[in-house]
Design a protein around this ligand. Structure first.
Ligand code: F6P
Length: 366
């Protein structure tokens, strides 16, 4: 009887982002051609692990997907195997099906899993590791808030979309002498708002890490009027909130399955600015546009580097770790250091200073 080749699974968990396919391609091509390891795609993130939905990935299957956004494997952010939604007696209840997920892997002969995900996925990966799973992580998210890596793939693409939106908003803001509020994603961290705001030259940038003062924000618009600037642009992260105020959530629906949806601070802010200043103010919510579309060349390169590094970690049997960017180098960091932690914008981050130095208000007394 011939010796069976090693098999590993690959999954994409949490919200999608540009560059996932580039990683899937790099991991799969490297494992097949350099390590003679078979690769199986796990469909829809951890849901596929629990529901036993695996399919073989050949070299050809992953050709031509480098520049395509989203994920060919599908994803889910409501399928934590430890709190898995199941319908019992007509009601949806949460059950620990992590044992079933591991049994499915064993039955399929999968020795390890390469998990592409953000903070939620890495926390699940680490918990499965505690139960014996061999896992290698790859850091993704447009929010760039994953601990342990300088940058996640997907962030640069999202910054590009949001910065282009701010560029475009400028012309109509200028023509109509309006205040234009652009709401971008960023649940707990302001990296995206900060990056896009600086790149797009926003007059005000509001991030979750710095609770803003509405009067300070409005004073910026009045000041700009006084010096002859009749329009202003605000870039606000969905997770930003006023001092002493609350984060704004959307209405919960049965489909949101208890996972609160952020969004709406832009609209609330717009109403308040108009009321306080009398200036015509409009809002644009970029939403999922920021996560869609093709990855930038930077993200394609980073995703490919991460994918090749993850394949090498698998080849070496270096499990329980996540590929990470540190300076110029791709390194690996222990998953237990990443799990349950978040990388928010430090209040003394140099880019905040840079923003202030070019006259951008951060909504707090500078
Ligand atoms: O985690 C990335 C992210 O884009 C957040 O910024 C945002 O709040 C969330 O995903 C939205 O996720 P969903 O598409 O599931 O509503």
């Amino acid at each position: 009887m011939g010796i069976r080749r090693k098999r590993i699974g690959i999954l994409t968990g949490g919200g999608d982002c540009p560059g996932l396919n580039a990683v899937i391609r790099a991991v799969t091509k490297s494992l097949i051609s350099r390590f003679d390891i078979e690769v199986f795609g796990i469909e829809d993130g951890f849901e596929g692990l629990v529901e036993n939905r695996f399919r073989p990935l050949s070299y050809d299957d992953v050709s031509g997907i480098l520049q395509i956004g989203g994920t060919i494997l599908g994803t889910s952010n409501k399928a934590d195997p430890f709190h898995y939604p199941v319908t019992e007696g007509g009601e949806v209840v949460s059950r620990d099906l992590s044992g079933r997920a591991l049994a499915n892997m064993e039955a399929a002969g999968l020795e390890a899993v390469c998990c592409l995900g953000g903070d939620g996925s890495m926390t699940i990966a680490q918990a499965l590791r505690d139960k014996g799973l061999k896992v290698v992580g790859v850091p993704k998210t447009i929010d760039n808030d994953l601990w342990g890596t300088d940058v996640t793939f997907g962030y640069d693409s999202a910054v590009s979309v949001a910065a282009e939106a701010i560029d475009r908003i400028h012309t109509t803001a200028q023509s109509h002498h309006r205040v234009m509020v652009v709401e971008v994603m960023g649940r707990y961290a302001g990296w995206l708002a900060l990056g896009a705001g600086v790149a797009g030259g926003a007059d005000v940038i509001l991030i979750p890490e710095l609770d803003f003062d509405l009067e300070t924000v409005c004073e910026k618009f009045r000041f700009r009027r006084r010096i002859g600037r009749k329009f202003s642009i605000v870039c606000v992260a969905e997770g930003a909130k006023p001092r002493g105020g609350e984060v704004v959530f959307q209405k919960e629906t049965p489909a949101s399955r208890g996972r609160p949806r952020l969004g709406g601070i832009g609209t609330k802010l717009t109403e308040e600015i108009e009321e306080k200043t009398g200036l015509e103010t409009r809002v644009t919510i970029l939403g999922h546009l920021q996560r869609s579309g093709t990855p930038t060349p930077f993200d394609r390169i980073l995703a490919t580097r991460f994918g090749v590094a993850a394949a090498e970690m698998i080849g070496r049997g270096e499990f329980g770790r996540m590929a990470a960017l540190r300076g110029e180098d791709i390194v690996s960091v222990p998953l237990e250091e990443v799990a349950g932690r978040m990388k928010t914008v430090p209040v003394n981050h140099p880019l905040l200073k840079v923003a202030r130095c070019v006259g951008t208000s951060l909504g707090v007394d500078d």
